[in-house]
Write a protein that binds this ligand. Structure first.
Ligand SMILES: C[S@@+](CC[C@H](N)C(=O)[O-])C[C@H]1O[C@@H](n2cnc3c(N)ncnc32)[C@H](O)[C@@H]1O
Length: 431
């Protein structure tokens, strides 16, 4: 029978130097892989939420839903609650709990996720089983974990490898698994999760201010956080060893071209068929995007479309529900005045909606690209159905599926169709 109370010691603890790095985390820099799956009315459980910056950020993606941040260390939760209050986020609560034994009934949440938690627990497979238990059928279980053994530094320095070995010894002594990243998909499979999709993403620190922040933070953590106490109490390092390693972190931080890459793996699984198993490993992000030196303009970030004032709900109904784009939070001061939607993967292109007047029947338009003829025809059918259904958010016009005497009669037919949204914006869809 698995131990249902956490017996591993959380290696970093919640010292200010630790919380400084956790508080930098956002949905976009730490949970981008899950954003395309979010729907506005989802119920989410974020396990081991710590100071809750990711949790609070995710709440903005589910304005009609709710997110619960669950955390074993009660002492960090006031900071999480204060952040939610400061940001005016209401669809959220933070609770104390142990992920080994969740108090929720089976099938409570649409999405159960954790970030940098499974590497610190004694039974990651048992926790994944708990996450699976409380996820609804059709819901998603997701995790993202670093792999300390795969950290890369430039320039390399002997003392940093010493730090890496020291970290490995201390984390294992605490009952954790510092190389969790490479094992996640295996743990997911052993926990009985199905349809596991595994991707990796990296944190890359190479800008001057990032390097200063990251090296200073690790130097301080090495000397002042629970990491230091454990190292000395368990006789895994001496004070001199720790001081030496802290000096090396600072020295590395002064290097002109310093760069640190921390790989993470992010499996996610849709709880649909309990038997199916499919694992694919894709690298969807790496450090190279930071060096836009050769080509300065790399693509289109967003297009801006105008709608009448007071119709942002209609924009969400059409652009999120009918077209399937993902709503993303807008800057705090512009809530209620604009809406943003991701096209495909987070970090890719977006549609921005703002208030304004369209000239009637303008031919100005964006053209959205679809992956297959089948997808194109399915979407056309969805837009057509919404047009027929009517309502405030209904598209004003769309080529009738299968009809050659519509606007689609051109040479592009059947690989392109045309529509106008409820505000008259012309939209094109193509392969
Ligand atoms: C590295 S922090 C990550 C915090 C947050 N997810 C983030 O990424 O900013 C790991 C957190 O997991 C919590 N934790 C560890 N074991 C846990 C367990 N069994 N149940 C709930 N929380 C746990 C720790 O207290 C700690 O706050």
């Amino acid at each position: 029978m698995a131990d249902k109370t956490e017996s591993a010691v959380y290696t970093h603890g919640h010292h200010a130097s630790v919380l400084r790095s956790h508080s930098w985390r956002t949905a976009l820099n730490s949970a981008a892989y899950i954003l395309p799956h979010l729907k506005p009315d989802m119920e989410i459980l974020d396990i081991g939420c710590g100071p809750g910056t990711i949790t609070v950020d995710l709440a903005n993606y589910v304005p009609q839903g709710h997110i619960t941040g669950l955390e074993m260390a009660e002492g960090v939760l006031p900071q999480a609650r204060a952040l939610a209050e400061e940001k005016g986020v209401k669809n959220i609560d933070f609770v104390v709990g142990d992920a080994n034994a969740l108090s929720y009934p089976d099938q409570t949440f649409d999405l159960v996720l954790c970030h940098q938690v499974l590497q610190h627990v004694h039974d990651p497979i048992g926790i994944l089983k708990e996450m699976h238990r409380v996820a609804k059928v059709g819901g998603i279980v997701a995790a993202r974990e670093s792999d300390y053994g795969a950290f890369i530094w430039y320039p390399s320095m002997d003392g940093l490898v010493e730090w890496q070995n020291m970290y490995d010894r201390i984390a294992r002594n605490n009952g954790g698994e510092p190389n969790a990243g490479r094992m996640l998909h295996s743990w997911a499979r052993q926990a009985g999760l199905t349809d596991v999709k595994c991707s990796t993403s990296t944190w890359c620190y190479s800008m001057k201010d990032e390097i200063a922040w990251w090296s200073d933070l690790w130097a301080e953590r090495t000397l002042a956080s629970s990491f230091a106490t454990t190292a000395i109490d368990a006789k895994l390092a001496t004070k001199d060893d720790l001081e030496k390693v802290a000096r090396v972190w600072r020295k590395w931080g002064e290097e002109e071209d310093a760069c640190n890459i921390s790989p993470n793996s992010n499996p996610e699984t849709q709880c649909e068929d309990l038997r199916k198993l499919e694992i694919s490993l894709t690298i969807h992000e790496n450090c190279c995007h930071r060096f836009g030196i050769v080509r300065m303009i790399t693509g289109i970030h967003h297009i801006n479309l105008l709608v009448p004032e007071g119709t942002l709900n209609d924009a969400t109904e059409f652009y999120a529900n009918t077209l399937g784009l993902t709503p993303v939070p807008v800057p705090h001061l512009q809530v209620g005045k604009i809406a943003w939607f991701n096209i495909g993967e987070a970090g890719g292109q977006q549609v921005h909606i703002a208030f304004g007047q369209n000239e009637p029947y303008s031919s100005r338009h964006p053209c959205f690209k679809l992956g297959s003829l089948e997808d194109l025809q399915t979407l056309q059918r969805k837009i057509w159905d919404h047009h027929l259904r009517g309502g405030k958010a209904a598209p004003k016009a769309v080529d009738q599926p299968g009809e050659e005497n519509s606007g689609a009669k051109g040479v592009e037919y059947p690989t392109r169709f045309f529509a106008r949204d409820y505000a008259g914006n012309r939209l094109e869809f193509t392969l």
